[in-house]
Design a protein around this ligand. Sequence first.
Ligand code: DAH
Length: 347
Amino acid sequence: MLKKLDKVQKEALAALDKAQDELALQQWGTLHIGRKSALMEIFIGMGKLSEEERPQVGRKANEVKQALENALEARTFELKQEAIKTSLESELLDVTLPGRDQTRGRLHPTTQTMRRIYSIFAEMGFQVYLSRDVETDEHNFQLLNFPPHHPARDMQDSFYTTNPGVILRTHTSPGQIRAMREYSEENPENPPPVRIILPGMCYRYEQVTARSEMQFTQVEGLAVGYNITFGDLKGTLTDFARRYFDPNVRTRFRASYFPFTEPSAEMDVECFVCGGGGCTVCKKTGWLEILGSGMVHPMVLRNGGYDPEVYSGFAFGMGPERLTMLRHRVDDIRNFWRNDLRFLEQF
Ligand code: DAH
């Protein structure tokens, strides 16, 4: 009987080594230490043993039972450890690898340029005035001294709406009229002088090419007050160019024509690509045109509610996309609406 117990123990331990998972362990328990196991049968059959055999077999059977229970516990623990180890190995982490960059949002290059323009003019005392994108033909053209059928209208082909006389603004200049009418002697909250910039989107019904888009931004400027002269215009815009491009940049004013200013001028900056020597960016002229400007036309002052005998003013308009293109040598304006991250991420 004692030998039989040894055999039971040996066989059970050997079987336990082969158990590889929880289910196998359960089955092993039923088979080797369960109620119908060989071991339990020995316990049950003990009553039939002789007086002297019984205590020996009893002790031995208890020892075997204890040994098997301990072995089961040990094997259970061992299998759990193995499972943890394999799962750790499969998730091997190389702590020496460099981290991944967070993808961060950024401002569109046009927005960045606009903000630089705002801050430069803010330092010079200009406030931002927001005017509407949807305009009347009257504000966009007539009050700015473009009479109906005036050929200058052809320079700015409009997007019309289904409302007669309502269009998308082709430039930010109509905001001049709205602002002047709001900043008046009669309005104690906004008395003159007017010193504002008017940023915003403009729309032109145009063929989209590398040089022209049908949607683009402009920043308009307007100063109206007593004794404002062309000298103020030149000083303000030259200072702007120096702050925007380079403190030593050279500028020049060329006579031009806009219906809403008289006299009118365009401002050029010396080409910063070739330093004025002539290259493909400046088309061999040595100069880059950056904005239109002029003294506010008497008709426009009057339409804004200002007596041209008493007041004078200057105005200007520039294109942030164009400024961005010049500064960063972008050769195709369509990039600004393409939403191609390879382009946008460079700014
Ligand atoms: N509105 C003009 C355009 O879109 C730009 C411009 C020129 C604005 C001269 C002005 C100005 O205020 O004085 O082409």
